[in-house]
Design a protein around this ligand. Structure first.
Ligand code: URA
Length: 435
């Protein structure tokens, strides 16, 4: 096959056949198409797009570039949730054990953060001894035995995405709707799921800046997931404000455990309960969303998901004693600095993008894929829109590696919050459901 002519076809706005896309991906993964040719193809796709059939072919070619998990037959449906990423978004952590306790199998293969958005694996790295690199055999065995796993993508799963993502990052072609669709869905399809819930975020700190763009991405992914035999649904959720009151890797694990113990912030709790409820309805395990919500709430309140969390940690090598000791500490960073509002009024804005940039600069996030991160730094006690502030009220606390670094962030923290005499009208957490 003449691969240069395929690049030229796409560059001129033509359509590629399914077998051509499969061959391109197969040869690239095998190292027989050089990076510069793939970068040219990515740029052609970035500008010309892919139609539905081409996007399906790309997704399936990427999925089939590596191993697809094969689970034994079992009455428990295989489900997962994927979020396009945001600040303070730790929903996956309490959700996986909750879903396992609701009778699902959850092979949750997650990623690391890039830029200002956090990644589930980075959060889990803050748990002493916890292993995120598991072989496909171990992933399957753990899911069969305890019902859930949260781990990273192995080299043998969707290798095309690992190679392509690095190249997209280096060639400025990450924000392409068909490339994002194929990247996310190829990984989820490699989990061999019965049902998938997508949390597509929009707002100032999200991949998709507007609700309309998020809706378009969600519709594409839902249609493609269904075409590939997975019952797929998407929630459109706002990302102008962080999820919960903590952001930063260890602080988010702490908040996720609080949520499992019934003490988490209400927005996090709502997202966790609703995510579980949608999957219950999608798989036919509950007849309606209200019934499913009640079932998920009852299950969370029973304490079983909290115990399942510990079981998952132990299965993945965590030192539970050290973990529980760490949970009792107010902070594991060198310095904690409380930032006070200095004003009277209602919080009308808590800018997730500005806070995300502060988190990244504190060391909680990455500037490049190679950057190392500090799992102990971050923000907690974050004030939320609608809350009344006195001058002595806390806007948030900064957990930093040294006092000078914490002090240097105070002005930026204050700029991220807007305080006004009028109470802002509340916005619903879940703006829309795409079925
Ligand atoms: N997340 C992914 O896994 N891939 C993308 O392309 C974007 C977000």
């Amino acid at each position: 096959m003449n691969f240069l002519s395929l690049i030229e076809t796409k560059r001129e706005g033509g359509t590629l056949a399914s077998n051509q896309i499969h061959a391109f991906i197969r040869e690239f993964t095998a190292g027989r198409i050089p990076d510069y040719q793939m970068a040219a193809m990515l740029m052609a796709i970035y500008f010309r797009g892919l139609d539905t059939a081409e996007t399906t072919a790309l997704t399936l070619a990427m999925r089939d570039s590596g191993r697809v998990l094969q689970f034994p037959r079992d009455s428990r449906p295989l489900v997962d949730k994927h979020s396009t990423g945001g600040i303070g978004d730790k929903v996956s952590l309490p959700l996986a054990p909750l879903l396992a306790c609701l009778g699902f199998r959850v092979p949750m293969i997650s990623g690391r953060g890039l830029g200002i958005t956090g990644g589930t694996l980075d959060k889990l790295d803050s748990i002493p001894g916890f292993q995120t690199l598991l072989s496909p055999g171990k992933i399957i065995a753990q899911v069969q035995r305890i019902g859930c796993v949260i781990c990273g993508q192995t080299d043998t799963m969707v290798p095309a995405d690992q190679k392509l993502y690095a190249l997209r990052d280096a060639s400025g072609t990450v924000p392409s709707m068909p490339l994002i669709t194929a990247s996310i869905l190829s990984k989820k399809l490699a989990e061999n799921l019965d049902a998938l819930l997508l949390d597509v975020k929009f707002g100032c700190a999200a991949f998709m800046p507007t609700r309309a763009a998020a809706r378009q991405l969600a519709k594409r992914m839902v249609a493609l997931g269904r075409e590939c035999g997975v019952n797929t649904r998407a929630l459109l959720t706002g990302m102008d404000t962080p999820v919960g009151r903590s952001a930063g890797n260890w602080l988010e694990v702490k908040e996720a455990v609080a949520c499992l113990e019934g003490a988490g912030p209400t927005d996090l709790l709502e997202l966790v309960i609703d995510s579980a409820a949608h999957l219950l309805v999608q798989t036919g395990a509950s007849p309606s969303l209200p019934a499913a919500r009640q079932r998920a709430k009852d299950c969370l309140n029973s304490g079983a998901p909290r115990r399942k969390w510990d079981e998952m940690l132990a299965a993945q090598g965590a030192d539970l004693k050290a973990f529980h000791r760490k949970l009792t500490l107010d902070s594991t960073a060198t310095t904690v600095l409380e930032v006070r509002s200095g004003k009277t009024g209602y919080i009308s804005k808590c800018d997730a993008r500005l806070l995300g940039e502060i988190l990244r600069d504190l060391g909680a996030g990455r500037l490049t894929k190679e950057s190392s991160i500090h799992v102990e730094v971050g923000l907690d006690c974050i004030a939320k829109p609608g809350e009344w502030m006195k001058p002595s009220s806390t806007l948030c606390r900064i957990h930093a590696t040294d006092a000078a670094q914490a002090k240097a962030m105070v002005r930026r923290i204050k700029a991220a919050f807007k305080i006004t005499p009028q109470r802002p009208s509340p916005t619903p957490l879940i703006a829309e459901i795409v079925r």
